[in-house]
Design a binder for this molecule. Structure first.
Ligand code: NAP
Length: 275
């Protein structure tokens, strides 16, 4: 049985699906109780910040896939506590869902993942692996749906820098490889899409998909409030970073894990239900 945390979220649900495709039994940890997505998956509600509640749920697991909730504070400490719990529970394989370039510390959620990776190396778990995805193509879905209706793609990351959007199905399949295959211990694996795209290039791809003109417009960030919450701060600083530097990487490592080319952005677009 493989334990997946954050299993009700965007990433977790995709990883559970990829493991079910491999017919691997899954214990899906969620915060909000919900029905199992299908046979072979047991859904258990537990608060990830409550290590004492999570630790018994790791007993007997062949692997743990640790996803910390997006833009959620306490990741470095929370992940460290769960790595230690996995060691105590005797889980032989721990895979941590990190991010491309965690060392980009201008982004607090990256810095937290960098510290968690450092802790994982010294946590004493038998076999660990790290997956570092770039931004998912799916991050754009709401903006793409709006742009398909209005002809305007609003870009909060500017108009000149690219992102190597990775398909969530590829991320999930790479996670399944790391959870189930031998010979990968101590490895840190980037998961970037095949091609960096700027917002105007995304708009062009969308225009070709819907058969109508679409243009990208720049939507610079506003001034943050003094009491800006952690999640909003992470999102804002991430967009500031993307605007200045882009967020790009090489698909080569992902493709080596998958044994095939990474899915292009057009594959994701083709699957969207757009007006
Ligand atoms: N989006 C990207 O492009 C990208 C790229 C690289 C890395 N990542 C990383 O991927 C991770 C997952 O992101 P995501 O967008 O898939 O997350 P998400 O959709 O926001 O899902 C997070 C899940 O965590 C659960 N959760 C929240 N607080 C919890 C708690 N205290 N205890 C237990 N469960 C809790 C929620 O469960 P319920 O639904 O049950 O309430 C939610 O379903 C993040 O660490 C993010 O930084 C994302």
């Amino acid at each position: 049985m493989i334990v997946v945390t954050g299993a009700g979220g965007t990433t977790g649900a995709a990883v559970v699906r990829a493991l079910r495709d491999r017919e691997r039994p899954v214990r899906a940890l969620v915060r909000t109780p919900r029905p199992a997505p299908g046979p072979g998956t047991e859904v258990v509600a537990a608060d990830l910040t409550d290590t004492a509640a999570v630790e018994p749920l790791l007993a007997g697991a062949e692997a743990l896939y640790l996803i910390w909730p997006n833009f959620s504070p306490g990741e470095a400490e929370g992940a460290a506590a769960l790595f230690a719990a996995a060691r105590r529970a005797g889980v032989p394989r721990v895979v941590y869902h990190s991010v491309l370039r965690p060392q980009a510390r201008a982004m607090p959620h990256h810095a937290a993942k960098d510290r968690a990776e450092e802790v994982l190396d010294a946590a004493g778990v038998a076999g660990w692996r790290v997956l570092q995805p770039c931004a998912y193509s799916a991050n754009l879905d709401a903006g793409l749906a709006e742009a398909a209706r209005t002809g305007v793609l609003r870009s909060a990351w500017g108009l000149t820098r690219g992102q190597s959007f990775v398909d969530l199905r590829d991320v999930a399949e790479a996670a399944a490889v790391l959870l189930t295959e031998d010979g990968l211990d101590g490895g840190t694996f980037e998961a970037a899409g095949p091609q960096p795209l700027t917002a105007p290039e995304v708009a062009d791809a969308l225009a070709a998909r819907v058969g109508r003109p679409v243009r990208a417009v720049d939507v610079p960030p506003g001034r943050p409030p003094a009491d800006e919450p952690y999640a909003a701060r992470c999102l804002r600083l991430m967009l500031v970073h993307y605007r200045a530097h882009g967020f790009t990487g090489s698909p080569r490592v992902l493709e080596a894990l998958l044994g095939r080319p990474a899915r292009p952005f057009g594959d994701h677009l083709a699957g969207l239900d757009l007006l």
